[in-house]
Design a binder for this molecule. Structure first.
Ligand SMILES: NC(=O)c1ccc[n+]([C@@H]2O[C@H](COP(=O)([O-])OP(=O)(O)OC[C@H]3O[C@@H](n4cnc5c(N)ncnc54)[C@H](OP(=O)(O)O)[C@@H]3O)[C@@H](O)[C@H]2O)c1
Length: 259
């Protein structure tokens, strides 16, 4: 896909992976619009990158998504790339019922419903563009269980499956469906989650790798350790499960959520 001269919406673009993707795409001469819930972090991102456009939106709320899409299509009718990056993760000790159901619901609404509602509302427009794309940011965890974050992991597996299905459904249209499956990346989300022997990838490196792979037409993008972890899981699931299970207790011991 041509990665210049596009008009791109990045959900959750005010920090971490989303902001790094925004900055990388700005460098490739694209118009980039980022959305998130917190106005302050959006303003901060824009001060750092004066060419960025910002809009507030809570992707877990259908009305908020509808309002954003209506405004976007008026102000940026050339919009042709949707990057579904906004996401949240709660660590959760199921055996001890450590996370309120409301938090689990919010995770599902953000990580699954947010993606589906944006695709639903923007696809009629994207299909009319000559060259367009949906990019879903899932996780290497989409392929394997992780007991410390069971709802998060399930939401990423769901969007992995959704990406495969919509890619097939859209194969005779102008819409490419990409999926990015990051490994552990140094962001607010992974703050405090240090796993022995696993170095976190820098967001800037993930963004550069992703955009390069998109330019080559790689539809399933597995940056850094994700590629190796997913391949290893296919052949030696017991080994990866043992490794992931051994990391969980330490992570769960540091969680602050209460049921
Ligand atoms: N970091 C990792 O190790 C890692 C690994 C694999 C996959 N991922 C995935 O990569 C994506 C980005 O993660 P990150 O690490 O960059 O996280 P992050 O630094 O915590 O950033 C998350 C972004 O999403 C926004 N956001 C959260 N909930 C939202 C909502 N309901 N509506 C709109 N925006 C919302 C946040 O802004 P507001 O709070 O202002 O809304 C923020 O801009 C996520 O989908 C995550 O699951 C991350």
């Amino acid at each position: 896909m041509n990665i210049s001269n596009n008009t791109v919406l990045i959900t959750g673009g005010s920090s971490g992976i989303g902001l790094a993707l925004a900055e990388e795409l700005l460098q490739h001469n694209n118009t980039v619009i980022i959305c998130a819930r917190n106005q302050k972090t959006l303003v901060h991102a824009q001060q750092k990158n004066p060419n960025l456009h910002t809009i507030t939106c809570d992707v877990s709320d259908e009305r908020s998504v509808s309002n954003m899409v209506d405004n976007l299509l008026k102000e940026h009718p050339a919009l042709n790339v949707l990057i579904n990056n906004a996401g949240m993760m709660h660590l959760h000790d199921v055996a001890n019922n450590s996370l309120a159901l409301e938090h689990q619901k919010n995770e599902i609404l953000t990580n699954i419903f947010g993606v589906i509602s944006l695709c639903d509302k923007l696809l009629p427009h994207l299909i009319k563009q000559e060259n367009s794309a949906i990019v879903n940011v899932t996780s290497g965890l989409a392929y394997m269980p992780f007991m410390a974050a069971p709802v998060y992991t399930a939401t990423k597996a769901a969007i992995h499956s959704y990406s495969l299905s919509i890619r097939a459904a859209l194969k005779n249209t102008s819409v490419f469906v990409f999926e990015v499956l990051p490994p552990m990346v140094e962001t607010e989300m992974s703050h405090g989650m240090d796993m022995p022997g696993m170095k976190k990838m820098l967001p800037v490196n993930l963004a550069k790798y992703t955009v390069k792979k998109m330019s080559k037409g790689t539809l399933e993008i597995k940056p850094g350790a994700s590629s190796m972890m997913i391949t290893m899981y296919r052949w030696f699931p017991w080994m990866i499960n043992k490794m992931m299970d051994s990391m969980a207790p330490k992570l769960l011991a540091n969680t602050t959520h209460s049921a």
